[in-house]
Design a protein around this ligand. Structure first.
Ligand code: SIN
Length: 288
């Protein structure tokens, strides 16, 4: 089937719907270029009605760069040994062992693996099984959040560096190999500027990672907490965010430098299974 690619921007702060494409097929150079451009422009792309296997998910992700394997999960070892590049996001337990990450609770606002020196530049998430309700995922535009910061606050954060704690995932579970953090100043994880230039576009964006155990280097802890609370309250306002209510066959991809995302809880007795790949970053995030 020939692609009749159509990119329809959402009426909101970010995102576009991409139709007329079968992600299971090899894409020609013009289509791949159009997708990369749309991704850069809209930050979140939603491809509905897809039916692809793990190899096809990996091949599609490869159009955007080198795959970046998932970080350590709470259970140790690759979550999908046949495809260690794939992370499984699921609450399903089989033979007493969770088949994936993040359970059925809320996953708080975060960027993916920003606790590493070179975080992935993006992620692709494919719905395989969905609960009847709940489990919606939200994305927030960090270009807009930066642009609309009070000018005084922009100057204040320009030189500041934040510690991105690696200990806990967005569902609050401790990753295998880490110990509890009692003082955020000692949290293990990369240090990144609070305001960065997007590595691909050069545009400034807020780069917050995740709130838990975050800490601004060199500030008294109370001042760091107060400033981070202020930045998080600003960045996660509804006006910067869009909700995605999942349908069978959805594949999403997002820009990991210029967005944050979170997920609603859902009924733990229902099943939710998604496969996720990530695209390696190419440069460390630099201050504006
Ligand atoms: C994630 O944070 O990557 C998972 C989002 C989701 O479960 O919808």
């Amino acid at each position: 089937m020939a692609n009749t690619l159509k990119i329809t921007p959402f009426d909101g702060p970010l995102g576009a719907r991409v139709t007329g494409i079968d992600l299971g097929q090899p894409q020609d150079a013009a289509t791949a270029d159009a997708l990369r451009k749309a991704w850069g422009e809209h930050l979140l792309l939603v491809y509905p009605d897809q039916s692809i296997n793990d190899d096809q998910l990996i091949a599609f992700t490869g159009l955007f760069g080198t795959l970046d394997p998932p970080g350590p999960n709470p259970y140790g070892g690759p979550i999908l040994p046949a495809h260690p590049e794939i992370n499984v996001i699921s609450n399903v337990v089989e033979d007493g062992r969770p088949i994936g990450n993040l359970g059925a609770g809320e996953a708080i606002w975060h960027g993916d693996m920003t606790y590493t020196e070179m975080p992935p530049k993006g992620s692709v998430l494919q719905a395989l099984e969905l609960p009847p309700e709940g489990g919606n995922t939200y994305f927030a535009n960090m270009y807009m959040a930066y642009e609309e910061l009070d000018p005084g606050l922009k100057s204040e954060i320009a030189p500041l560096i934040c510690i991105h704690d690696a200990t806990y995932n967005s569902a609050g579970m401790m990753r295998s190999g880490y110990a509890e953090v009692t003082d955020p100043r000692e949290a293990p994880g990369a240090r990144h500027p609070l305001a960065i230039r997007h590595p691909a576009t050069g545009r400034p964006c807020l780069f917050l990672g995740r709130r838990r155990n975050a800490c601004i280097v060199g500030l008294p802890l109370a001042d760091s907490e107060a400033l981070l609370d202020r930045l998080w309250a600003h960045a996660t306002q509804d006006k910067y965010a869009a909700a995605h209510v999942w349908s069978d066959g959805d594949v999403l991809m997002w820009d990991n430098f210029a967005t944050l995302h979170r997920r609603d809880a859902f009924d733990e007795s229902s099943r939710r299974i998604l496969h996720r790949t990530q695209i390696k970053g190419e440069t460390v995030p630099e201050a504006i």
